[in-house]
Design a protein around this ligand. Structure first.
Ligand SMILES: [Zn+2]
Length: 384
């Protein structure tokens, strides 16, 4: 009975969402035009952005309809609340500034980093829903371990793309009004328009391979390098703006540590290219959730097996699984990536880097990497 209730409530939610999006697009012209097309770049086209070769093509709209139809006719496992381990986040500890890198997973793709005194948020969606609407749309089965109001003052926010589970208007608005002034928002091309519409001024749009430097409050002469990197995904915020804004991952590097966040991605050979370009990578944030049904999801979201393959492709020394544990956006249960990843890791050779799965709210002081043989001055670093 509970299963049937969940099924119907999901269907009604989807119908309401579709009709409201339609109405929104028709009434208010929500579409955003293509921005700054550069014909010399392989991912820029006059019709929008596209993926680099190396992965599968995005499904068609008819595939989406087939998925919804099969969901309607099929049996859907009921999702229980409170199925993922959680740790309370102490706002005082989260706000501490210290030398080195400290990372806290806030659930789904939301991550807090403290880097030598700089407070960074990645894809913060902390308002309880990944939806354009306050009252309905995908709800957080496991809410954020810290409220927006209890966050420390944030210096920098990195947003990977415009999907609702990565770009949340309510979260952005609260951050932009934080005491002491708005953080700097770094977003892919075109996504800055949404933020400007929400009243955010300190927003910078970047393209793949664009780089910016940020001062580190606890280091005199060193800075944080942030580079936007390609992912194999897509974008859409309304029915009419498919691929009109860019999607991406990020690379963050100081002299002590090098971290890569792939963003949402399907499996692609681009990660082997990245390894050649940027190795060694000390920490990788890689998505492990939202992968069923495979026939529909595999061009846009990796499953645990492919996430583990990307970890190996990149030669990452450590990896954390993200994009799971909070929202049920696809057909697998919220906690399913845990069990599926264990099966994958049973087959891994000894010594292979295994993706870690933390409790929501878990914090780790990231270890210093071994001293590198080079001077630390690589082509990828803007200062050299
Ligand atoms: Zn996502």
């Amino acid at each position: 009975m509970a299963l049937l209730r969940e099924h119907w409530s999901l269907l009604i939610t989807q119908l309401r969402l579709s009709s409201l999006l339609l109405a929104c697009a028709w009434l208010f012209g929500c579409a955003a035009p293509v921005v700054d097309v550069r014909p010399d770049k392989p991912h820029h086209t006059v019709g929008g952005f596209q993926n680099l070769p190396g992965g599968l093509d995005k499904p068609e709209f008819t595939d989406f309809l087939r998925w919804q139809w099969e969901r309607l006719l099929g049996t859907r496992l009921a999702q229980a609340f409170d199925t993922v381990a959680k740790k309370a986040v102490d706002p005082t500890l989260l706000g501490q500034t210290s030398l080195g890198w400290r990372m806290t997973w806030l659930g789904h793709a939301s991550v807090h980093l403290q880097i030598d005194g700089l407070h960074v948020l990645i894809d913060p969606v902390l308002s309880g829903r990944a939806s354009p609407f306050e009252g309905f749309g995908p709800q957080a089965y496991n809410p954020s371990p810290i409220s927006l109001e209890d966050l420390p003052r944030i210096d920098l926010v990195l947003i990977s793309h415009n999907h609702y589970d990565h770009l949340d208007a309510r979260t952005v608005r609260v951050l932009a009004r934080q005491p002491g002034g708005s953080p700097i928002f770094i977003v892919p091309l075109g996504v800055d328009r949404y933020l400007r519409n929400w009243g955010v001024e300190s927003v910078y749009a970047m393209d793949w391979y664009d780089t910016r430097l940020f001062n580190l409050p606890m280091r005199n002469t060193e800075s944080l390098t942030v580079e936007m990197i390609p992912a194999h995904h897509w974008s859409r915020r309304t029915l009419w703006d498919t691929n009109q804004t860019l999607w991406a991952g990020f690379r963050l590097q100081t002299k002590e540590l090098h971290l890569v966040y792939t963003g949402d991605t399907g499996y692609s050979t681009i990660f082997k290219d990245m390894a050649r370009r940027w190795a060694p990578i000390d920490w990788l944030l890689v998505p492990v959730g939202c992968y069923e049904p495979r026939w529909f999801m595999r061009a846009q979201h990796v499953n645990p097996e492919e996430a583990q393959r990307i970890t190996q492709d990149l030669g990452a020394r450590n990896a954390l699984g993200v994009h799971w544990g909070v929202f049920r956006l696809c057909d697998e249960l919220v906690e399913q990536p845990l069990t599926d990843l264990i099966k994958v890791q049973e087959q891994l050779p000894a010594g292979a880097t295994r993706i870690q799965m933390w409790a929501i709210g878990e914090t780790m002081q990231l270890q210093q990497p071994l001293l590198r043989a080079s001077s630390g001055c690589s082509k990828a670093m803007l200062r050299c």
